[in-house]
Design a protein around this ligand. Structure first.
Ligand SMILES: [Zn+2]
Length: 321
């Protein structure tokens, strides 16, 4: 007797085989065939994915000191920098690259940040802006808050003046200007005051909004993310995080908080570019020893703590997929 289910079983098998084959045909060498792969964003030739399985590699331990020297530290009044962290090495921007990068006097940043600014200025002279307010020592930061308090104290009760000063100027150790990678932009060109966003009021500002990610810079507190960052009055504050992190954030339109949340939740993100670059961004909990990351043979890796109990590793190399 003929089995009535045989035909449909064969059809189902055929459909399964076709689906498996189609998966390979649709994206050869691109996203791996992970059922849970999610495209988080796509822009300017970049694509950021979550939910994929990273390549295997040799487990490598990075200690806390190494991780805390990275470029992805999150700093806020809720997440102050640890007291044991040494003050970062900085150089005076004017002293190092006088007349090349337009900067105000006494602006200190890490060498890596200054080199990235140089690369950026090579393509766009940025003659209409100045780099200002780089790294501040804890004492300089406190002095700024004290100044703000003195101004508010003239018109407010003490408690309100303290609260207002703390809202305007983070306490020592609680703000990004304690890092060697953050700075403010000031404008020297005439501004088009009709625009709401201060960064969009000059041609250089608009160029930065569109292109700064290519050199590793992020606008740290975008006005449309004030709810997420909790910071409203730092619309011209920028920060160097390295090209891979900046590109990943740009691809998905993430601010730093959103990016770190995606890393904490996903554990691994994969960034692809139209030029054929493939970057893995891995996230692991940080313990007393540090954090392990599986680095495939021959791949390059850069690491950073995020100051929220996690470590992040950027891996670049050649995928066998
Ligand atoms: Zn700032």
């Amino acid at each position: 007797m003929k089995n009535p289910y045989r035909g449909s079983l064969l059809l189902a098998l055929l459909a399964l085989l076709l689906m498996a084959g189609a998966d390979r045909l649709v994206s050869p060498g691109a996203a791996p065939a992970a059922a849970s792969s999610v495209l988080l964003g796509e822009v300017d030739g970049l694509r950021l994915f979550a939910g994929e399985t990273p390549p295997e590699g040799v487990p490598t331990l990075f200690d806390r000191e190494t991780l805390y020297a990275g470029n992805l530290l999150y700093v806020s009044p809720d997440a102050p920098l640890p007291a044991w962290l040494p003050e970062p090495q900085t150089r005076d921007v004017r002293g190092m690259v006088h007349l090349y990068v337009p900067a105000e006097e006494r602006v200190s940043l890490s060498e890596e940040t200054i080199y990235a600014l140089c690369r950026m200025v090579k393509e766009n002279p940025l003659s209409g802006i100045r780099i200002a307010a780089g790294m501040r020592s804890p004492r300089e930061q406190q002095a700024l808050q004290d100044e703000a308090f003195a101004v508010y104290r003239r018109t407010m009760p003490v408690a309100s003046a303290i609260a207002q000063a703390e809202a305007d100027v983070p306490s020592s150790g609680c703000g990004e200007h304690q890092l060697s990678t953050a700075f403010d932009i000031r404008f020297s060109a005439a501004q088009e005051w009709g625009r709401d966003d201060p960064m969009a009021r000059t041609a250089d500002g608009r160029w930065l909004l569109k292109n700064a990610w290519r050199y590793g810079f992020i606008r740290r507190y975008p006005p449309d993310r004030a709810e997420v960052t909790g910071v409203k009055n730092e619309t011209t504050h920028w920060r160097y995080v390295g090209r891979e992190h900046a590109a990943a954030m740009h691809a998905a339109g993430f601010c730093l908080e959103e990016y770190l949340r995606a890393l904490h939740e996903g554990g691994a993100l994969r960034l692809l570019s139209d030029e054929g670059d493939e970057v893995w961004l891995l996230c692991r909990p940080l313990d007393q020893e540090g954090a392990f990351f599986p680095i495939p043979q021959g791949w390059s890796a850069e690491v950073s703590a995020d100051n929220l109990g996690w470590a992040v590793c950027t891996m670049k190399g050649h995928s066998s997929r």
